[in-house]
Each structure stands twice: as C-alpha cells, then as structure tokens.
Design a protein around this ligand. Structure first.
Ligand SMILES: [Zn+2]
Length: 246
C-alpha cells in the first residue's frame, strides 16, 4: 500500500481511540445496569400484580359465600315466621302442633349454625380486605419504582446518545485527514478484528499485545518512516511514534 506521512499515521491513533469509545458505548448500551434494574422492577410489578389479583379473587369468593349464607338465613327466617303464624292459628291440631314445634326447634338450630358460618366468613372477608389494601399499596409502590427505574434508564440512554453523537462528530472531523486507501484498510481491519490501528510500543503491537520477534523489529527499524506497517499477527496498522522506542 502507498506510504503515508507519519503525522497522518499518528492521527489513526486518535481515530482508534474514538472508535474504542464508540465500541464501549455500544457495549454499555447492551449491558446497561439501569436496564437490568427496569427488568427487575417489571418482574416485581408482575408478581405484585398477581398477588393483588389473587386477593381480589379471594374477596369475590367470600362475597359470594356471604350472599349464599344470607339467602339461606333469610329462607330459614321466612320458614320460622310461617311456622309461628301457623302456631298462632287456633285450628291447629295437637299432632300438627307438635310437628311445628319440632320443626321450629330444628330451624332455630339451622339458623344459628348458618349465622355462625356467616360470622366466620365475614371475619375472613375483613382479613381479606386488609390483604387487599396491603397488596394494592405494594402494587402502587412497585409501579412507582418501575416508573423511576425507567426514567433512570432513559436518562442513562440519553447520556450514551450524547456521548455517541460526540464521538461520531469527532470521527467525522478526523476522517478528512486520511487518504482513502489507508482508511479502507483501517476500517476493514477494525470490522474484522475490532481494532484498526494501534501504537507499536515496547516491541508489542498495541492491538493484539503480541511481542514481535527480533527479525520483525529489525525490519521495522529499517522501514521508511512513512511506510504503513501491519502487525504480522493481527494485521492492525502499527503506528510508530517517538513513544515506540525503536
Ligand atoms: Zn497485532
């Protein structure tokens, strides 16, 4: 490939730094802790919602039981009223009188049992109402937590957007410095291996960190300052500066 003046080659390091930052931003977006928190609160809200629905179903069941018991108590009362009415009727015979008294006795026992059941169900309903309020408050709290987590996530994403835009702007400005051929080699290398260009320092390629052998170092030392060198291991453009220590 054509030779490129050393100061322009050195600018590849700035471009590589911007690209590394863009890669960090992309990675950060994928593993954003704020997003993980949103997902945690979403799961929390779902479980709170399930709990609230469960209590609502329980309440509905208890209400239905109460209505059923009240209807039964009502039917027993009507029957008692009817029997008493018949008792007051003077034309009732001795046999029927005894039967009516007997029935009134069992009706009263039946009503007492039903009223005891009703009382017990009503107590359970009171407890369920308290559970309902509690689960409703829990759900509200989980929903608030989720909204706050979503806002933190959106803020974090907005910050990343700003950083990415800044990098894209910097990249745009840097690109004007490079010949098309050099840029094409850099971009291809970056796409395939992650790093397009890196500083050669302490005998190591800055991209793959492999230490070059003596023969390679000797060849590099003899190369023209504007020759474009590629790492024999990873292919990255090896940029030489004063820091390279050649
Ligand atoms: Zn390398």
């Amino acid at each position: 490939m054509n030779n490129v003046e050393q100061p322009i080659q050195a600018k590849l390091l700035d471009l590589a730094a911007v690209d590394a930052e863009l890669t960090r931003i992309t990675h950060r977006r994928k593993v954003l802790p704020e997003q993980q928190e949103v997902e945690r609160f979403e799961a929390e809200r779902t479980s709170r919602k399930d709990a609230a629905v469960k209590v609502e179903i329980q309440l509905d069941d208890l209400d239905r039981d109460i209505r059923k018991l009240e209807t039964e108590v009502d039917a027993v009362r009507k029957r008692e009223l009817r029997d008493r009415g018949m008792l007051e009727n003077s034309s009732v015979g001795a046999k029927q009188l005894s039967e009516l008294q007997h029935e009134l006795g069992s009706l009263e026992r039946r009503r007492n049992a039903l009223e005891d059941d009703l009382l017990e169900v009503m107590e359970r309903r009171e407890a369920a109402v308290a559970d309902h309020e509690h689960s409703g408050a829990n759900l509200t709290k989980a929903e608030q937590d989720l909204v706050e987590a979503q806002r933190r996530r959106d803020d974090a994403l907005a910050d990343l957007d700003v950083a990415a835009q800044r990098c894209a702007g910097d990249r745009e400005k840097l690109l004007t410095a490079f010949p098309a051929e050099l840029l094409s080699v850099y971009d291809k290398q970056r796409t395939q291996h992650g790093v397009g260009a890196a500083l050669l320092q302490a005998r190591r390629c800055g991209a793959c960190r492999i230490e070059l052998d003596r023969g390679e170092i000797a060849r590099i030392a003899k190369a023209a300052p504007d020759a474009v060198l590629r790492c024999p291991e990873c292919g990255a453009i090896m940029v030489r500066t004063k820091q390279s220590g050649l």
